[in-house]
Design a protein around this ligand. Structure first.
Ligand code: NDP
Ligand code: GDR
Length: 365
């Protein structure tokens, strides 16, 4: 039985990847941080009682900022494959916590690579690192591919740039099977609530159900190449099954503005929204509501801009070229954006209906 170790196992991608690897027959170890409240919602359905026999899913407390802890877990678990997904992953928050972000996202990756060296596992253990399209930052070339120069635009992206190059360096210096998956944005109903897609689909559900008045957003001109997390974790696994370790761009090749995502998400609930004005004065209004369950009058303002959500330096346009992954890995996405938006809006409406909550707080992020 192959053994995998996933850092960030209770995050969006960690949850989908753990599910995939368990389906493939792996023994899956996951690292989660200690928190004052239980934070395993996304993986509770995978839980196995450690007292049972033949348990194939096991959680360990750990942190990417703690080398001795990482060395001990890797020594105990002896993984064939490590998927390093843990990170302070919110770009805007990285401007508030730049030092911590560098420590966890940059040096954290080094700690795992060094643990493998210290433990003599450089030839046994393959490592996947969660690299990102944020490395491309300020547009240098369209579409962005493996050879496009990097120009990071946030402390998050700069930390991930270090992680990218240390993975390349350890591969070249020590012959390790270490790869970067340069993944473009990927979303799902499990997406963290303060990333823009989930913030939007949650707000659409709450506004439709009369639990929230308005959605406040930052830069709606930003364009992203959005895929589905389920398709992207499959690519992570494929990257580690090749003969030679290499880096791959994973993307859909289609880009959409935040504003168009907002329109698509409202449309899923039968609500047509139009925009007027520019910059901080931009507003989104209900044009019509064809769903008789939702009481939204035409003309109601449902989207406003709040400058607090603008970033000191923005990434304006991401659009990836996944040709290499398609040719070498045979990877193809199964979801398109419309199917994903539909799934996300439907999931949030169901969650709120079940919750019994009548008023939503505004999310900061
Ligand atoms: P999430 O934010 O959903 O999950 C991040 C995970 O990392 C959480 O489990 C979190 O734990 C954990 N974590 C954070 N800091 C530490 C730490 N210091 N030590 C140990 N664990 C930690 O991110 P995603 O699942 O969306 O993304 C997975 C990875 O892929 C991240 O590295 C992200 O930067 C990268 N990425 C994501 C993309 C996307 O569009 N989703 C695109 C490209 C790259 P906790 O719950 O305790 O906070
Ligand atoms: P991103 O994702 O920064 O691309 O990083 P996010 O969803 O946070 O932002 C996407 C774009 O939307 C704009 N935006 C807003 N963003 C948020 N979060 N909240 C808002 O209110 C808002 N209004 C407009 C942003 O300015 C931005 O342009 C994600 C993360 O998963 C990273 O970890 C990963 O590396 C990259 O995707 C690829």
């Amino acid at each position: 039985m192959k053994i995998a170790l996933i850092t960030g196992v209770n995050g969006q991608d960690g949850a989908y990847l753990a599910e995939l690897l368990l389906e493939k027959g792996y023994m899956v170890h996951g690292i989660k941080r200690r928190s004052s409240l239980i934070n395993t919602d996304r993986i509770d359905h995978l839980y196995q009682d450690p007292h049972d026999k033949n348990v194939r899913f096991k959680l360990h407390y750990g942190d990417l900022t703690d080398s001795t802890n990482l060395i001990r877990i890797i020594a105990e678990t002896q993984p064939d494959e490590i998927y390093n997904l843990a990170a302070m992953s919110h770009v805007k928050v990285s401007f508030d916590t730049p030092e911590y972000t560098a420590n966890a996202d940059g040096i954290g990756t080094l700690r795992i690579l060094e643990a493998l060296r210290i433990l003599g596992l450089t030839k046994k253990t393959k490592i996947y690192h969660a690299s990102t399209s944020e490395l491309y930052g300020l547009v240098q070339e369209i579409p962005q591919r493996e050879t496009t120069p990097f120009y990071p635009r946030s402390p998050y992206a700069v930390a991930k740039l270090y992680a990218y190059w240390i993975v390349v360096n350890y591969r070249e210096a020590y012959g390790m099977y270490a790869c970067n998956g340069i993944l473009f944005n990927h979303e799902s109903p499990l997406r963290g609530e303060t990333f823009v897609t989930r913030k939007i689909t949650r707000a659409v559900a709450a506004i439709a159900l009369g639990m929230q008045d308005k959605l406040y957003l930052g830069n709606m001109d930003a364009k992203r190449d959005w895929g589905h997390a389920k398709d992207y974790v499959r690519a992570m696994w494929m990257i580690l099954q090749q003969e030679k370790p290499e880096d791959f761009v994973i993307a859909t090749g289609i880009t959409t503005s935040v504003r168009d995502f907002v329109k698509m998400a409202f449309a899923e609930a039968g609500i047509e929204v139009a925009f007027k004005g520019e910059g901080v004065n931009e507003r989104g209004y209900v044009v019509s509501c064809s769903n008789s369950e939702f009481m939204l009058e035409p003309g109601k303002e449902v989207v406003s801009v709040d400058a607090a959500y603008f970033r000191p330096t923005e990434v304006d346009l991401l659009i990836g070229d996944p040709s290499k992954a398609k040719q070498k890995l045979g990877w193809e996405p199964e979801y398109d954006l419309a199917a994903m938006v539909k799934e996300m809006v439907a999931a949030d409406i169901i969650t709120f209906r079940k919750s019994g909550i009548t008023q939503m707080e505004h999310l900061i992020g």
